[in-house]
Design a binder for this molecule. Structure first.
Ligand code: ADP
Length: 634
């Protein structure tokens, strides 16, 4: 079969262009990426051989080799791992499947300058393609373990690549035809032994397979120049099995980058070594940024599972609860079977115990971040707060720990507050922790529900994540204080400086009783009750929900998920101190037939809906009525 030429997928071509014009100043990382791919390929082969006795593969000396040829200016990264079939090469190397990378490219097109682009490239691993930062041609020769024929892939990174069948040893070798040497800058000569040693030591020391340096191979056959003795460059020590003071921060970070495919440092490293009857070591990482697809259905969650240093699986979701799905890392268990499956893990009692312990460990490390390094905690909460709060709903065992590390925007200032701080600030006589939910801070800040609270200077928590709609109901109270939505139920601020006396209120109720009943009749289709408000000072009216009703935001959430939700009728509250409401009441009492007042009642209701960010049922009609009335005022 002769060589076929293919075009790169559009995104892949764009990425390659970037690599060729190298906007990333630290070119050394290409080697980390290739060694990382080789290491994964060795993991995969060992596992495949364990699972399938009949696999015709040689697993006797799994390793990675770096081979240089200074004269030809080539560097080859070779592994004898799982390899790829012809079709796989086309699929895996010719296209970009990773949604994060596609996102990256969109961002990159927006970033005009190189500095911005470099910042972005650090956010997304680009793997294999990073070879084009240092090479003007790349050849990949590979054979899938167990298959007879190999494949050669070649490209100059300029839009096309060629594929052809070829004889190849098991595994993959990537040969980089390095760009011409820069006599000014010896620092980046990747045919130099010391350079490769340095880079492997720095980025790939923990790789569990030997990374060997072999000299130029063309000496074979020539007199006196046999193949050079290979030298192993990495220590291969599993970082998770070593005690914390033996390992440097940088080493931890490189392991994080290897397993997460994130090029940035993690925010926090969480090691755990459990001894006893069920022994395991874990090394978990909290990333510094939430991935784009964290809230999508197919987000891959979970840490890597090893059994006695043997890699078993990626994305082992049984080890952490869904609300910690952003955590990366490695868990190495001593007493599991190498053949353990996902199904077994889901039911295993020991795994459940591990999950509990790991969860507590992560939460306690967030807690110490909060106590010690507030800036890092702030980053953490900004990136992952919305996910963590899912735990308030689902993980009752850890609810207190979760509440302790949660913080919320508040009317008290720009800085978020914890519930404990809120309770501490509560004034004498305040019985509840007040909050309001909504889509954005701005929309709820201006909500009429806020008026009485603002006037009495009562702090209100501003909850704007979708999940806030649900956990508050599930949690119910904090330190014996009810969590009370200011947009739900009746609000009694009497104990907190509500200046009206009991008799004054009774008088008012009597005065307005007729109007309230009549307005209810007029708006029967939209509201289930009309009453006087204690929460309004400026606005004439607002709509509120019953204590157990769904809020409009929650209704929208369910609808967005495709669920049918019946429309909940709301309660209309009127402000008896507002001129419009007073005037309406007077007119109502004076005109026996209440002629011409229905429209005003409807307008009041629509104003209340608008004030909370809703839409009038019939906007065109609303506009017409208001325009007519305005005209009459001229
Ligand atoms: P990533 O490693 O982030 O998935 P890459 O572009 O580096 O992205 O690689 C794409 C895919 O190609 C890998 O996921 C893997 O399936 C395959 N691959 C890359 N290098 C090797 C290798 N040395 N051996 C086997 N498969 C490889």
């Amino acid at each position: 079969m002769s060589a076929e030429t293919f075009e790169f997928q559009v995104e892949a071509r764009q990425l390659l262009q970037l690599m060729i014009h190298s906007i990333y100043s630290n070119k050394d990382v290409f080697l980390r990426e290739l060694v990382s791919n080789a290491s994964d390929a060795l993991d995969k082969l060992r596992l495949a051989a364990l699972r399938d006795d009949s696999l015709d593969a040689d697993v006797s000396d799994l390793h990675i080799e770096l081979e240089t040829d200074p004269d030809a200016r080539t560097l080859t990264v070779r592994d004898n791992g799982i390899g790829m079939s012809y079709d796989e090469v086309g699929k895996l190397i010719g296209t970009i499947a990773n949604s994060g990378t596609a996102e990256f490219l969109r961002e990159l097109r927006k970033a005009k300058d190189d500095a911005g682009a470099e910042g972005l490239i650090g956010q997304f691993g680009v793997g294999f393609y990073s070879g084009f930062m240092v090479a003007d041609e790349v050849t990949l020769l590979t054979r899938r373990a167990g298959e007879p024929k190999g494949t050669r892939w070649t490209s100059r990174g300029e839009g096309t690549y060629t594929l052809e069948e070829a004889d190849a040893p098991q595994g993959t070798s990537v040969t980089l035809h390095l760009k011409p040497a820069d006599p000014e800058n010896q620092l980046y000569d990747y045919t130099s032994e010391w350079k490769l040693k340095e880079v492997v030591k720095r980025y790939s020391d923990f790789i569990t397979w030997p990374v060997r340096l072999v000299g130029k191979r063309d000496g074979e056959g020539e007199e006196g120049a046999g193949p050079a003795e290979p030298e192993t460059l990495n220590s291969m020590k599993a970082l998770w099995a070593r005690s914390r003071d033996e390992v440097s921060e940088d080493e931890y970070h490189e392991l994080y980058k290897h397993i997460s495919h994130d090029w940035r440092d993690p925010l926090e490293t969480v090691p755990l070594q459990a001894e006893g009857t069920f022994e395991y070591q874990a090394l978990l990482f909290i990333p510094s940024h939430a991935p784009q697809d964290l809230f999508t259905q197919d987000f891959k969650r979970g840490v890597q599972l090893y059994v006695k240093r043997v890699f078993i699986m990626d994305d082992c979701e049984a080890l952490l609860p869904p609300y910690l799905r952003f955590v990366k890392g490695v868990v190495d268990a001593q007493d599991l079977s190498l053949n353990v499956s996902r199904e077994i893990l889901q039911q295993d009692r020991h795994i459940r115990m591990m999950q509990r312990r790991l969860t507590k460990k992560v939460l306690s490390s967030v807690k110490s971040m909060m106590a010690g390094d507030t800036e890092r905690y702030t980053t953490f909460w900004r990136e992952f707060g919305a996910v963590l709060k899912e735990g308030l709903l689902t993980d009752t065992d850890n609810r207190d720990a979760l509440l302790a590390v949660s913080s919320f925007a508040t009317t008290r200032g720009e800085e978020p507050t914890t519930l404990a701080q809120y309770v501490e600030r509560m004034a004498e006589g305040q019985e509840a922790v007040y909050y309001i939910t909504g889509e954005s801070r701005q929309s709820i800040d201006n909500s009429p529900h806020m008026e009485a609270f603002r006037e009495r200077n009562i702090e209100v928590l501003l909850l704007t994540d979708p999940v806030d709609e649900v956990w508050v109901d599930a949690v119910g109270e904090f330190q014996g204080k009810r969590l009370q939505s200011i947009a739900k139920g009746e609000i009694d601020l009497a104990a907190q400086g509500d200046e009206k006396s009991e008799t004054e209120r009774e008088q008012q109720a009597e005065e307005f009783a007729g109007l309230l009943g009549w307005v209810k009749e007029q708006l029967d289709e939209d509201v289930k009750e009309v009453r006087l408000s204690t929460r309004l000072t400026v606005s004439p009216a607002c709509v509120v929900a019953d204590a157990h009703d769904m809020t409009p935001a929650l209704e929208n959430m369910y609808r967005a998920m495709g669920q049918e939700v019946p429309r909940t009728k709301r309660i209309l509250e009127l402000n008896p101190g507002h001129g419009l409401v007073k005037g309406l009441n007077q007119a109502y009492r004076e005109r026996a037939d209440h002629s011409g007042l229905t429209e005003t009642a409807e307008l009041l209701y629509t104003l209340a809906v608008l004030a909370e960010g809703g839409r009038p049922t019939d906007p065109a009609h609303f506009v017409k009525v208001v325009a007519d009335r305005l005209e009459r005022t001229l």
